[in-house]
Ligand binder design. Sequence first.
Ligand code: SF4
Length: 120
Amino acid sequence: MEKLIICTVCPQGCRITVTGEGSDIASVSGFTCARGEAYARQEFVCPVRILTGSVRTCDCAEPLLPVRSADRIPRDKIPECMKILRTVKVKPPVHIRDVVVKDILGTGVDIVASGELAGK
Ligand code: SF4
């Protein structure tokens, strides 16, 4: 299998070609730096993304609190993570980087606040 990956690590946007099967990579070409090669290998084997979203609040004027994953999580787990976030409600006070959901879906990654909710 051959996959063309546009590197998003920097604005240069190199077009990187990876060949292989599953987690066995046979060749990587088209990258300009080691960071790009690592990115392409990760994208080929298991694409990961930072999740961003929001959760509902209670006992405050703001209806939603923006959240994000503290690290990248497998892209194929993002829809299930979003389902979990739809069930979460937080109360103030909440500070930036407070953990909203610990170890979401057993990924080892926490969902943290990316905004603040002031207490009354
Ligand atoms: S391979 Fe390196 S230079 Fe090219 S887009 Fe990726 S990070 Fe930038």
